[in-house]
Design a protein around this ligand. Structure first.
Ligand code: SF4
Ligand code: SF4
Ligand code: FES
Length: 434
């Protein structure tokens, strides 16, 4: 737990919770537009801006993605904060002047009109990213994303390619606060005309929530009794009613953590698309090289990384492991925290221990990596081999209650280095098929 001060009151909060979560628990109202509790925070609308003072310095931060810290002082409704929020609302109103939802929202904040220039009065997308995150994180289809930059930024298919990934679940349309998403109907029509017989499965089956159900309603969910029952019961779209519990949580596979929403490569690198970039990191198995690492070298920002080139070189006690990149692109961001504390890549490989972000040369190559069930099956085989090796010498009776990462703590990794290289990074022709 950490202790912080919010609006002059001392409060205790769970470590790693965000300021927004803490304020919501305390019923302190903070406006949000791009936040959804089932999705990762995006920090794009900035309406949740609050003032944070720490070590004698005060700055504005977005509460939805700012983790609470010991001793910070937070002001959620200072004049500066309220002024900043009104300016942000004016900017949104200038972007989408004809969106009724936004007009109402602005009125609630006493903003009648915007003093900023409107470029395109027909624009109705505030770029909150809710649709993109819903499709990527909950549905797992990765069918839409942001494209272009700056004032030309818009929602479309990822990198403007491959719309066939859309399963027409309608979740993006449901979550869009402005009514900007209408794209599902085209896809529904496409599915309607192409899928017949046993291929004509309903959206619950397409979402993987049930094994099989043929749609007898022409993919018009609003005519379906099951759909109506779910909506009445949960008061929301099936994706939000059922999917978060279904597929958001990481789970253990043979003692190692598997995140179902990531892409995986046989070099034991995970990849996650984030807007026009792809974040890369070590999976929990290969991260054992970082456990007692002296250093992790990453390619410099701005460098061109080729597929198969060294993405990370981990050194420990004179040994080194070279981990190769599964994708080509320009390195856009480096995680300096990992360079400074190499074992962060072992302690928290999927979150704070990520390695780099790249702007991919050929974005479509991301989809050559494994995801979902295929990735899980490869991960299972790899984790099983590694667990067998790491558990050697652990008495049978205590094996079942222990994670392989526990005996690992008692081992000196650099003494096992060559064996681990053989297990985790064998030459390409000796790899276990994915
Ligand atoms: S309708 Fe298509 S684009 Fe929208 S969330 Fe579902 S799969 Fe993604
Ligand atoms: S289409 Fe809707 S949900 Fe998607 S970014 Fe734009 S406003 Fe947000
Ligand atoms: S809700 Fe925090 S930035 Fe949008």
């Amino acid at each position: 737990m950490v202790t912080l001060t919010i609006n002059s009151k001392k409060v205790r909060a769970k470590e790693n919770s965000t300021l927004l979560e803490v304020c919501q628990k305390l019923s302190i109202p903070i406006p949000t537009l791009c936040y959804h509790p089932d999705l990762s925070p995006h920090g794009s609308c900035r309406l949740c801006t609050v003032e944070v003072s720490e070590n004698g310095k005060t700055r504005m931060v977005t509460a939805c993605n700012f983790p609470v810290r010991e001793g910070i002082k937070v002001e959620t409704h200072s004049d500066k904060v309220l002024q900043a929020r009104r300016i942000l609302i004016e900017l949104l109103l200038a972007r989408c002047p004809r969106v009724p939802f936004l007009q109402d929202f602005a009125r609630e904040w006493g903003v009648q009109k915007s003093s900023f220039k409107t470029e395109n009065p027909e624009n109705n997308c505030i770029l909150c990213g809710l649709c993109v995150r819903t499709c990527n994180e909950l549905v797992g289809a990765n069918a839409i994303g942001f494209s272009k930059r700056g004032t030309h930024k818009k929602i479309g298919t990822p990198f403007e390619i491959d719309s066939s990934r859309c399963i027409a679940c309608g979740a993006c349309e449901y979550i869009c606060p402005t009514g900007a998403v209408k794209m599902e109907m085209d896809r529904i029509r496409e599915i309607k005309h192409s899928d017949t017989g046993i291929l004509r499965i309903c959206r619950y089956a397409r979402l993987g929530l049930i094994d099989f159900m043929i749609c007898s309603n022409g993919f018009e969910c609003w005519r379906c009794e099951v759909d109506q029952m779910i909506e009445d019961r949960f008061g929301t779209h099936p994706v939000f009613a059922i999917k978060p519990a279904h597929n958001k949580q990481p789970f253990q596979v043979n003692g190692f953590t598997f995140f179902p929403d990531l892409f995986y490569s046989e070099e034991h690198i995970w990849a996650k698309p984030i807007e026009q970039h792809i974040r890369l990191g070590l999976d929990e198995m290969i991260s054992i090289f970082a456990m007692e690492a002296d250093s992790i070298s990453l390619p410099p920002k701005g460098s061109a990384l080729k597929k198969g080139q060294v993405l990370a070189e981990i050194r420990a006690a004179g040994k080194k492991a070279k981990i190769l990149s599964p994708l080509a692109g320009v390195v856009s961001v480096i995680n300096h925290d990992v360079e400074e504390s190499p074992n962060l890549a072992w302690r928290d490989p999927y979150r704070r221990g990520w390695l780099v972000m790249i702007q991919p040369d050929r974005p479509e190559e991301l989809f050559n990596l494994d995801s979902g069930e295929k990735a899980k099956s490869w991960f299972t085989k790899e984790a099983s081999n590694l667990t067998t090796f790491l558990m050697k010498g652990v008495p049978q009776s205590s094996k079942k209650d222990r994670s392989p990462r526990e005996p690992l703590i008692g081992k000196v990794i650099h003494q096992q280095w060559d064996n681990l290289i053989k297990i985790l990074l064998p030459p390409k022709n000796e790899r276990r098929g994915k």
